[in-house]
Structures are given as C-alpha cells and as structure tokens.
Design a protein around this ligand. Structure first.
Ligand code: COA
Length: 572
C-alpha cells in the first residue's frame, strides 16, 4: 500500500511507524501538518491508499478524510479524548492505559475504533511512557487495524473505557513545596515531563522543572529541619530540594514559566549556576546503591575469569554536554582497571545517546566571552574522547546495549563498541545532515564504513532516514536484535553478556580484535580520522555557512517547519 504519514513533527512514534510500515513492504511518504492546503496537495500528489496520523495537534481537513481512509493514533483507550490523554493517566496513577486507532470523522478522537492495544502503566514520566509503551502499543494497534482492513474484516467491538478529558490547567502543573508530599511532587512532575514541564519556585524564581527523582535518606541526612522548597545540595546536573516529607532531585529547568515562550532546557546547576557556588556537592560512587539517583551507574558480576561490567549513562534526552562527556570518559578510564572480560555500555533508559548537547551549546551563545561555535568545538572534542576510550579498549569485548533510540553522534558512539545489541523497538538515526549539514565526528568515518562498506555508509548518511532494527541488522549497523521490549531486553542482554564473557574462544576473539585494530591503525591512525572529521566540523562551526547554527536554533526552540524535508516527502 501507499501510506501517507501526516504528523505535527516527525517524532519518535512517527519514525517508528515509518520503519515498521516500510519493513512490512508498504511505501511510505511523510507530510508535516503545516496547513490544510498543504495536506490536500500532498494527498493529490501522492494518491495514498491510506493516511495515517500518529501525532497531530489539529484536525484532518474534511476534504481529505471524506476522500480517503484516514486513521488517527490516539494515546488513550477507546472513548478517551482530549489533548492531554497521557498526562491524565500519569497524574491519576492508572494501572493500565493503551493506544487506539480511530477512523477520522471530523471530531477530535471520536471516529469508529479500528484497533486497541492496552499496556500496563509504569512509574515513569509521560515522555518515557510515550517513547516505550505508547510506541510499542501504537505499532501493535496499527498492525492489527491494517490486517483487519486488508482481510476485509469489520471493525472490532470494543468497550468504551474513557471519556473526553479537558486540557490541563496551569494550576494542575504547579508544585507547591509547602503542601505537596514527595509522591505528589513526583506525580505532578512526571505528568508534565517533557512537555510543558511542571512549574515550581526555586531560589525565588518560578521555573519549569524536569527530570525529578526521589532523594534517599542518606542524601537528606543533616537537612531534616530545612524548610520545604529549600535547595540543599547539588549532584551532577541536579539540585536537591527539600519537600514536606523528604526531598527530590531536580535535574533540569526551563527559565520561562510560560510554556509557549522560548527558553532552553538546561541542567538545573547550569541555569542557576550563580546560586550554586556555595552548595555542597553530594558525589556518589559509580557502584552506589540502586536507589541513589545519579546519571552514571556501574555494576559487575560473574565468575572471576568471566566478569561482566555494565555501565549505564542516563543523560536527560541522551544529550551529552561537556560535563557528561568528561564524566563518562573518566568512568571508562576507571573501568579499564577492572578485571572484566565484557564491558556493556547501556546508555540511558529512554535514549542511548543523541550526541552533543545542543541546548547547552545554544546557551553558550548568550554568555559573555563564549560562543555557540566555541561550545560546539569543546563538546565535539569531549565526545570524541569518549569514543576513543571505547575504541581503544582492546583487552575486553565492548558491547553497546541500546535500551532506547540513538541519534547522530550518539549512534556512532554506540558503534565504537565491538558489538551493538538492541531490542526491536529501537530506531537509529545514523546521520548528522539534518542538523544543518553537519559533517559529524565521533570517528564515524572509521566505524561506519568498517561495518557496512563505503557505498552503504554514503547512502545511509545522505538518505537521512530513521532505520528500524530489522533493517539495521541486515545492513550490519547492529549485530543482534532481541524480539522484545526495552525491559525484557535489559535482562536478556545481561544474560547474553554473561555467556559472552564465559565463551571458551573469548581469548582468541580478543587476540583477533587486537590484530585488526593494529592493522587498521597502520592503514590509517585513529588520530587521522579524528583530524579529518574535525577539520570539516570546524568549518561547520566557525565557517561562513551558518546552516548548523540556524538548524540548532530551530531545533532547540522547537520552531515549526514551514515545509516537509524532501527526504521524507517522497511525493514532493
Ligand atoms: N541535545 C540536546 N537536546 C536534545 C538532543 C541533543 N543532541 N537531542 C534531543 N534532544 C532533546 C530535544 O530537544 C527534546 O527535548 P523536549 O522533549 O524538551 O522538546 C528531547 O530531547 C527529545 O527529542 P525529540 O527530537 O523530541 O526526540 P525524537 O525521538 O522525536 O527524535 C532525534 C530523535 C535524535 C532524531 C532528534 O532528537 C534529533 O535530531 N536530535 C539531535 C541530534 C543531533 O543532531 N545531535 C548533534 C550532532 S552529534
């Protein structure tokens, strides 16, 4: 079939459906929902069999839904409606939620139900649920609706489980430190994370807050009598805030309390830096207990001659600024001293990595004596240092275990490891060009052709399409795909790493790895790859063409597209 994806933005769900539908043999084109006339033109030009709307903020024009089947993916159960479906489910701590595919009929979320896929809720942010459970359920529901349609079956009989729900008010997003318990604070924050963010007063300023985590009694020790709302300490990007019955870590803030005005999402310690100088830094060891919140975690297990190390780096949105890169590089240096046979790089739970930190770079542009170009330059060198640590680890096998998606430099960081494993819901974007023609670094000119050959490397980076795991496996971008969701993947990947570490031929495999690395180094040293890439990046950052700076500005401020990029809109 020819399927037109109509979406407000080509977001994670739209990308996932794009990969799944192409994998199922359909032809897929994309039109961003810019104006009714543009949608009408797209339908005219592409003549699709079906229009699928995974993420819309406006109605599909009547001239379109009357002309061809138009299906809307709604993140809620049958009968549920409204713009804040998932927010309500998180706020009410419902045990189950789901995704419905509806036939568009001119009313919001009101047409006949074509399929419904439920899922158990998890104690997580709205964005995290969207990136995992909603994505998986949407794929199931769309697949079911398609197979019923192709088989000529009627729509299923479904029970109405929800009702129309009004938009959230600003008051429902407000955290009151004097009134709300830790659980209530976390609930309000999770229902609003990542858009638009809960509102809270910190250090006398009303801010949007993100990335909240409960604090342990250890972290709060000595602060039992502090007033609710008091800022007690710092750790990495986060500030520790006293609540009425405990405390929370706040990882990121946006300055504007008004959700629509432009402001950057920054580490709380960066946005509020001038207030933080006297705050105690509560550092925590890599192997601290599981309930102690931090970005980097390390675990180790297995027999003495078959030990596995598991390093996760849960950086918000997968964005790796200078601080995160230095911290990760240092952790890798420390872990080199450990006697492990396999080291697993587990990235973050929502994203493996999305490369350099574009919000922090944009922030640098506003700082006296600094610039976005300088900050980009510092950041790319720092992430290259991380990739180099991985590439040069020749005494053990390294595995990137993708629990979430990876994009741009974050994707190539994954490929610095010997093996790349993923679960079937992962989407890769192994290209930089969408960010204003950025050339990219992270040693991609070494790792990508080594995996797929020069010709395919050229096609992948120029085509700029999201790549699903089935295709990634065929291309050689990943080595193993586990047919499961992110949560089962983690336990399966742990077991797989354990058996890898215990393989009798591991020494021979490591010897072969060293021989290959030495041969590659003789052919062209890693330093030369880096130098060549950085020469091109220097031009992107400091040269006459401002494309990268313009694209980054548009990206961080989520400025709407005024046309659909040609590589997505096949019909154009
Ligand atoms: N730096 C800072 N923030 C980033 C980021 C980065 N490199 N990549 C993603 N984010 C943030 C987004 O701003 C967004 O924040 P919000 O939810 O507060 O608006 C959040 O992460 C999720 O990103 P989003 O674009 O909505 O996710 P997606 O799954 O729809 O798309 C990507 C994934 C990777 C295609 C897209 O995020 C992207 O193009 N990122 C930039 C990659 C890049 O060019 N990196 C620099 C070169 S190495």
């Amino acid at each position: 079939m020819r399927i037109l994806l109509l979406c407000h933005a080509f977001n994670s769900l739209s990308q996932r459906l794009h990969t799944v539908l192409r994998e199922a043999g359909h032809e897929v084109s994309v039109e961003l929902d810019i104006a009714d006339s543009v949608t009408e033109q797209a339908v005219q030009a592409y003549a699709p069999d079906l229009l699928l709307a995974p993420f819309l903020k406006r109605r599909i024009p009547e001239s379109v839904w009357r002309r061809l089947p138009c299906w809307v993916v709604h993140p809620g159960p049958p009968g549920d409606g409204g713009p804040n479906a998932l927010d309500w489910a998180v706020l009410r701590a419902l045990p189950e939620w789901g995704v419905t595919v509806l036939q568009a009929n001119g009313d919001y979320d009101a047409g006949p139900v074509l399929a419904y896929a439920p899922f158990p809720m998890r104690n997580a942010t709205k964005a995290s649920l969207y990136r995992h459970e909603v994505n998986d359920a949407a794929v199931r529901a769309v697949q079911e609706a398609l197979s019923r349609w192709q088989a000529g079956l009627d729509s299923p009989k479904v029970e109405r489980l929800g009702c129309w729900q009004p938009p959230f008010s600003a008051g429902q997003r407000q955290i009151d430190w004097k009134r709300h318990t830790t659980d209530e604070v976390l609930c309000i924050a999770r229902a609003a994370d990542s858009v638009p963010g809960a509102i809270a007063t910190l250090l006398g300023e009303s801010l949007r807050v993100f990335d909240l985590h409960p604090a342990t009694e250890d972290a709060l020790a000595g602060h039992e009598t502090a007033a609710p709302g008091a800022v007690l300490a710092r750790r990495g990007p986060a500030l520790l805030i006293r609540t009425v019955d405990g405390g929370v870590w706040v990882g990121a803030v946006r300055r504007a309390a008004d959700a629509d005005s432009q402001s950057l999402k920054l580490a709380a310690t960066l946005a509020l830096a001038r207030h933080c100088t006297d705050l105690p830094e509560l550092t925590v060891a890599l192997q601290a207990s599981a309930d102690e919140w931090r970005e980097l975690r390390y675990e180790e297990w297995g027999a003495i001659d078959a030990r596995v190390g598991w390093l996760s780096f849960d950086f918000l949105d997968g964005a790796m600024g200078l601080r995160q890169c230095v911290q990760l590089r240092d952790a890798l240096r420390e872990l080199r001293q450990r006697d492990t046979r396999v080291l697993v790089l587990a990235g973050g739970a929502d994203f493996f990595s999305n490369g350099i930190h574009l919000h922090e770079i944009e922030h640098a542009a506003q700082q006296p004596g600094d610039s976005a170009a300088d900050a980009s330059w510092r950041n790319i060198q720092a992430i290259d240092d991380v990739a180099l640590e991985v590439l040069s680890m020749d005494d053990r096998l390294t595995v990137s275990a993708l629990r979430g998606n990876a994009g741009a430099g974050g994707c190539f960081l994954a490929m610095a490891a010997d093996l790349v494993w993923a679960h079937e819901g992962v989407v890769l974007n192994p290209h930089y060009k969408n960010m204003g023609n950025l050339f990219g670094s992270e040693y991609w000119t070494y790792t990508l052709p080594r995996r797929v050959g020069a010709e395919l490397a050229q096609a992948i980076t120029q085509d700029r399409l999201p790549i699903g795991t089935a295709q990634a496996l065929r291309l050689g971008l990943v080595d193993r795909v586990f047919s499961t969701d992110a949560w089962s993947f983690e336990s399966l990947a742990r077991a797989a790493a354990q058996s890898l570490a215990a393989q009798p031929d591991l020494d021979a495999r490591l010897a072969a790895k060293r021989v290959r690395r030495a041969a590659d180094e003789t052919h062209k040293p890693l330093a030369s790859y880096r130098e060549d890439e950085l020469r091109r990046m220097h031009r992107n950052f400091f040269g006459f063409d401002p494309s990268y700076h313009v694209a980054r500005h548009y990206f961080v401020h989520r400025k709407p597209h005024s046309w659909t990029p040609r590589h997505l809109a096949m019909h154009r």
